[in-house]
Design a protein around this ligand. Structure first.
Ligand SMILES: Nc1ncnc2c1ncn2[C@@H]1O[C@H](COP(=O)(O)OP(=O)(O)OP(=O)(O)O)[C@@H](O)[C@H]1O
Ligand SMILES: [Mg+2]
Length: 619
């Protein structure tokens, strides 16, 4: 259902839309010139395109990580190379291809890039579901039967003295969570509100597993969440290998991908030499062929040498792969990446799934087909999985596997975390009241922290207040619809966001410690194109799940006469947005529109009582 919905969308667009309309919808880029080609360290061919007329590219367009076909304009060719968008700037787009571009690709042609869909996820979901339905006497059958309540998971108690903590700073419930996870033979869950250290507990669990020489796969449903895990594992000195196309992985972490590790391995130099030699042989072969009488024996010798060298390169590559895998303690990647060719039917002792409440049930089953034991962390009050099809959502895709296990498992297999180490208590308070029955506790070390406590920051009232709501009501800041994407943006509200941002930068808040987040991707694009400092992260709420910054500015965008709120209606998304800030949270929105939903009305009252409530008129 889900795939056909997406497939249908794309089919309709191909049949009914002209290339120009596809470009408007962010599904294509036209009139491109090939600007430059080079190799990435991971041996991809990187081709950079810009508009023939040198104008900037549209704001709403293909995104980094999208899979695209390269189509020459006006040429009759049926086989288009596909690649992955690797980098983007305001006027250029760089695509990574796995092979050299075809001979017809020269600098004089005009090109188009067209987005194509990645069916791999759907295929793997379907395969995993078939396996779940049919399997007998396997670990997967056991996971299935536990999820149906037919079998109880088993545990093997250990003495507390058997555990040496890598991170002795974990609190009692985090330690309980790790202990229960180790004691579980089959499955364990960790749940808890934002900032309570679920991911921190998982990192400890990984280190415990590494010490026990277990093979471990760590996963989360989005690339951002995987990068977050990877970063934290590396900080702790774990040798982690990141699966997935480097284009979909934060630049700073690309060196940990398989592609980069293979290419950067010390033995890789031998390959470079061999490739140089190969090139020389090819040229020799060419020259010999051009001669009138090449001589059969001479030709054969050259060809034999080529074959020999090719085999040698293949063998060295295999060897490097084995070396890299041997050094690897933990593999990190999205659920689909576990089926990557590189892992070839590998079975893991331990599978760890973070942000498990953001993955649909079929997606969660994919990595579970190849693991002996699984530990999941999640929070049912943060972002739910994205389900495109309404029908599929109603038929059960909206309920996650984490939630199903949560209902069934006993207290020996799950642990709640309640003490949070991220937010000032005033930032935490509203979320705690709305979603967690006021049970969330702020640790002493963070309870009263404000920006003023950072050494670079000027100490004034603005930097010592943890919560600020700016009300734009009556200012006439109307939301707009972005052409093509159907997403919304609010340029005047954006100006206000930028004003606050500049103020905070001037007060000495380090740009890398600031995030601006908005539920609307069009607002994210609009703000990104105008940011005073590229080190400030500007992203969607979904792109920020699991992460934190000292200062977070949330731009709510919606402002209309009808009180229409779109997906601001899903308050779980707001729960994520509002719980990313450690020392200061600034929310900007229009009270006249927002007050049509009680949640926002309550938030504004909370801000008035526990923080600062300002009208945009006062600024
Ligand atoms: N026991 C602890 N002592 C001190 N700091 C901690 C402890 N546990 C976690 N932290 C810190 O608290 C912050 C939040 O932790 P973490 O990201 O693990 O929480 P989380 O539950 O995964 O949050 P989210 O729900 O947003 O994913 C991090 O800065 C982390 O370093
Ligand atoms: Mg987390």
């Amino acid at each position: 259902m889900e795939e056909s919905e997406e497939h249908e969308e794309i089919q309709n667009e191909f049949v009914n839309l002209s290339p120009l309309e596809r470009e408007l919808r962010g599904k294509a880029l036209l009139a491109l010139a090939l600007d430059e080609r080079h190799f990435s360290p991971a041996e991809h061919v990187l081709a950079t395109f810009r508009r023939r007329n040198k104008k900037p590219l549209p704001l709403f367009s293909l995104e980094v990580g999208d899979i695209v076909s390269l189509v020459p304009e006006g040429e009759r060719i049926s086989d288009f190379p596909t690649g992955t968008i690797y980098e983007k700037s305001s006027s250029t787009v760089t695509v990574a291809f796995n092979r050299p571009l075809p001979d017809w690709a020269n600098d004089d042609l005009t090109y188009q890039l067209h987005k194509s869909i990645n069916r791999v996820t759907y295929k793997r979901m379907a395969e995993a579901l078939d396996a779940v339905a049919e399997t007998r006497n396997t670990r997967l059958a056991l996971f299935r039967d536990i999820s149906l309540g037919e079998i109880h998971p088993s545990i093997r108690r250990i003495k507390p003295s058997e555990l040496d903590w890598f991170n002795p700073g974990l609190n009692a419930s985090q330690k309980e969570a790790v202990r229960k996870s180790i004691e579980a033979n089959d499955i364990a869950l960790i749940h808890g509100p934002p900032g309570t250290g679920k991911t921190t507990a998982l990192v400890e669990l990984v280190r415990q597993g590494v010490a026990r020489k277990e093979s471990i796969f760590v996963t989360a449903p989005s690339n951002t969440a995987c990068d977050n895990l990877l970063e934290r594992l590396i900080e702790q000195g774990v040798n982690a290998l990141r699966l997935g196309h480097p284009a979909r992985i934060t630049t700073a972490l690309r060196e940990h991908t398989l592609d980069f590790k293979l290419a950067l391995h010390p033995t890789g130099k031998i390959i470079l030499q061999a490739q140089g030699e190969l090139e020389r042989l090819f040229k020799k072969e060419e020259r010999a062929r051009d001669r009138r009488d090449p001589g059969r024996d001479a030709m054969r010798e050259i060809r034999d040498n080529i074959t020999h060298l090719k085999n040698e390169i293949k063998n060295i590559k295999k060897e490097i792969f084995t070396l890299v895998m041997k050094e690897t303690e933990v593999v990190v990647g999205t659920p689909t990446s576990m089926m990557d060719k590189a892992l070839k039917n590998k079975f893991f002792d331990l599978l760890i799934i973070d942000e498990a409440t953001q993955a649909t049930e079929p997606v969660t089953w994919i990595p579970m087909t190849s693991a002996k034991k699984v530990v999941m962390a999640g929070d049912h009050f943060q972002l739910p999985p994205t389900v495109r099809s309404k029908e599929a959502e109603e038929k059960g895709l909206g309920v996650t596997l984490f939630e199903r296990y949560y209902e069934i498992l006993g207290s020996e297999s799950k642990q709640l975390l309640e003490c949070q180490y991220r937010m000032n208590e005033k930032i935490m308070g509203f979320s705690s009241k709305e979603f967690y029955d006021n049970l969330l506790v702020a640790d002493e070390t963070v309870k009263h922290q404000t920006l003023a406590g950072l050494s670079s920051v000027t100490k004034i009232k603005d930097t010592d207040e943890p919560l600020l709501f700016i009300d734009t009501a009556g200012k006439g800041f109307e939301e707009r619809l972005e052409e093509g994407s159907q997403s919304r943006f609010n340029p005047e509200e954006a100006e206000l966001v930028l004003l606050e941002l500049k103020k905070m930068l001037d007060l000495g808040v380090p740009p890398e410690e600031i995030a601006v987040i908005s539920p609307y991707s069009a607002q994210v694009r609009f703000l990104t194109s105008r940011t005073p400092d590229p080190k400030v992260e500007i992203d969607s709420v979904d792109g920020f799940q699991g992460r934190e910054k000292e200062l977070v500015i949330v731009s709510l965008v919606r402002s209309n006469m009808e009180g229409e709120m779109g997906f601001l209606n899903d308050t779980r998304r707001m729960n994520v947005a509002m719980t990313r800030a450690r020392r200061k949270l600034i929310v900007i929105g229009d009270s006249a529109t927002l007050s049509s939903i009680k949640f926002y009305e309550d938030f504004m009252k909370y801000a008035e009582a526990h923080g600062i409530y300002k009208s945009a008129w006062e600024l």
